[in-house]
Design a protein around this ligand. Sequence first.
Ligand code: FAD
Length: 462
Amino acid sequence: KPSIVWFRDDLRATDNPALRAAAEDGAAVALYVLDEESPGIRPLGGASRWWLHHSLLALREDLAALGVPLLLRRGRAAEIVRETATAMGSGSLYWNRRYGEAERTLDAGIKAWARESGMHSESFQASLLHEPWAVTTKQGGPFKVFTPFWRTVSGLDFRDPLEAPEPGRGFSGRLPESEELDTWGLLPRNPDWSAGLAESWQPGSAQAHELLDDFVQHGLADYSVNRDRPDLPGSSRLSPFLRWGQLSPFEVRHAQQGRRREPGDGAAVFASELGWREFCWHQYFHHPDLATANLRPGFDHYPWAWPGGQGAGPLGEVTEAADLLRAWQEGRTGFPMVDAGQRQLWHTGWMHNRVRMVSASLLVKNLGIHWQVGEQWFWDTLVDADPASNPANWQWVAGSGADASPFFRIFNPETQAAKFDPDGRYVGRWIPELSTADYPEPVVDLKASRREALDAYGSLPR
Ligand code: FAD
């Protein structure tokens, strides 16, 4: 009987335990479902939809080389998986686990259905080195602070990555229905804003492995210093590939461990950044409302200027906040590092980590705009938009999160630029009009807005 391997956030052929299990059974068929209907599943942002389109094309090729056809379907995943398994007379169903609450509920329902139908179903650990429930404090609860979390997980073992399965004999029966990818409308049209994304990325495992090899050879040794420099190619740029599972964290750690004896502490710092990724998922698993609720409830009373809440002023003030938001989104705040970052984001779907922190801090603390508004903008525009890392990092910057940056740490975009882009190369690359009269004056007084933010914070209930 043929097996089904259901692909989700694991769009790769290597280190894919579900694919291997299906292939070992004999004839395997792969299924991807674009689910925009099941309750609680967060709809993908625009840049993510672009990434997904190209990733599915790449995955189809990678799987074809292994003799595994890829079916594409859109709709409620539970119904489609059932329908496909029934139409094929499948004996087994395999997938790699997801950790969002809505996704887990959906998967549990399918597992129960498979059991009742006498079908074998099995799920695997593939996208996190340590599953969120496997890591607990001494008291048995979730971690709230990164350092003890990292102390605990960095001492734990994890498996080696798996090879892709050998090309199999292929599925010889009649394939069930599959849709044309082009009919899904994942690519932007009217206007098509994706040219900069296409210049910057080739979604798929091939580029992921190239970037990984290059980074391990050339970037890792100096990573601890260069990672903070947006003017240098100092970080790995693996985030979208990890987000979509075109590369697994097991593959990344394995490649990196071969280089453990490099001088400097690049490898250790890099491992701990991957640890942050795991910590974000740990938080999201324990707080499924991470993108919509302050982890520190005192922040529910913060007088945001936008969107209107307790602190909303008269109409004029609200309109002004909307203008400020647009200036931030479009890279016209008059703070070069922030504007360069926002333009880099719009053009390439990615922004350097240091600049993400500076830009998010300006939005939340100087412009007084709710972190959720920024989180949603990033969700729509990042190719690595991640349901755990994005809200966790926004809450970290805002001060409302677990182990958040202390509120008084308000990044000054000017001193940050002087320190991390000392020759102005990064801002120069993204803001050609920087030294002309066309470049706007700062939209906010840093000192006064900082004071206001600290006062607002001081008034929150503890
Ligand atoms: P590297 O420095 O090479 O790090 C290697 C990998 O470690 C990254 O690819 C990523 O998977 C992980 N990582 C590094 N830093 C973090 C971090 N702070 N939190 C979680 N994982 C991390 N990262 C996302 O993957 N998706 C997001 O949606 C996202 N949103 C963010 C929003 C804000 C406001 C901020 C401040 C940070 C956000 N980050 C997010 C974290 C970080 O900025 C990116 O992971 C990083 O810039 C990716 O570049 P890189 O692959 O070159 O990273």
